[in-house]
Design a protein around this ligand. Structure first.
Ligand SMILES: [Zn+2]
Length: 211
């Protein structure tokens, strides 16, 4: 029996983990996913990618649980896409707690999630990934970021960080939001969170009481 840590109101809870860590977590189980999520998963043909998606959705529930103080399976995750006005994709939210902002990301065995007061966006990428091609980056990254990366001896890591920041901002839906960016060398991850609220990054997810 584990004791959940006391929530810290007004602060975002964010976490980066490997897919394997999340799938082995004692508080989390793929059965927590809703039937509509299970149906979506069944359409993903590559098992490793399916595992990443499951893990991202479970880690989101863990972060939501740390933020609200409820159990990870207490929240019903919903998604809505304003462009096609359809459920089951687009920005995620919690049905019972619509003002809580939630976000998730997955990439090649890595997952990240965040939950907090209001709009929040998170992105994770393998630190070795190099975004591109440059023609695309020139269109989507701020000029100053491109210049700063180009000025360094190896522009790759700078471009990746700029890319991760952009993705986090897009998911939060707010261009002007403050960003927290960090490296997780143990997991080989580069991550960023966009939120107006201060962010607590869980140091690890293996211990239920870790903070
Ligand atoms: Zn859509």
């Amino acid at each position: 029996m584990s004791v959940r840590p006391r929530p810290r109101p007004g602060r975002v809870v964010a976490a980066v983990a490997t897919t394997a860590e999340v799938l082995a977590h004692p508080e989390l189980d793929a059965d927590m996913l809703a039937p509509w999520e299970q149906r979506r998963l069944a359409r993903i043909r590559v098992p490793a990618r399916r595992d990443d998606v499951v893990a991202a959705r479970l880690l989101l529930r863990l972060c939501a649980s740390r933020f609200t103080g409820s159990a990870p399976d207490a929240h019903e995750l919903v998604q809505f896409c304003p462009e096609c006005r359809q459920d089951e994709h687009g920005r995620p939210s919690l049905r019972d707690s619509p003002r809580t902002g939630v976000s998730m990301s997955h990439a090649q065995g890595l997952v990240a999630a965040a939950a907090g007061p209001g709009a929040v966006g998170i992105d994770v990428e393998p630190a070795t990934r190099r975004p591109g091609p440059m023609a695309v980056l020139r269109r989507v990254l701020p000029e100053a970021e491109l210049r700063a990366a180009a000025a360094s001896r190896d522009p790759g890591p700078g471009l990746l960080r700029a890319w991760v920041r952009r993705e986090a901002l897009l998911k939060a839906g707010g261009a002007g939001l403050p960003l927290l960016e960090w490296e997780d060398p143990g997991r080989g991850a580069t991550a960023a969170v966009a939120s107006a609220a201060p962010v607590d990054v869980l140091p690890g997810i293996a211990e239920p009481g870790c903070r």
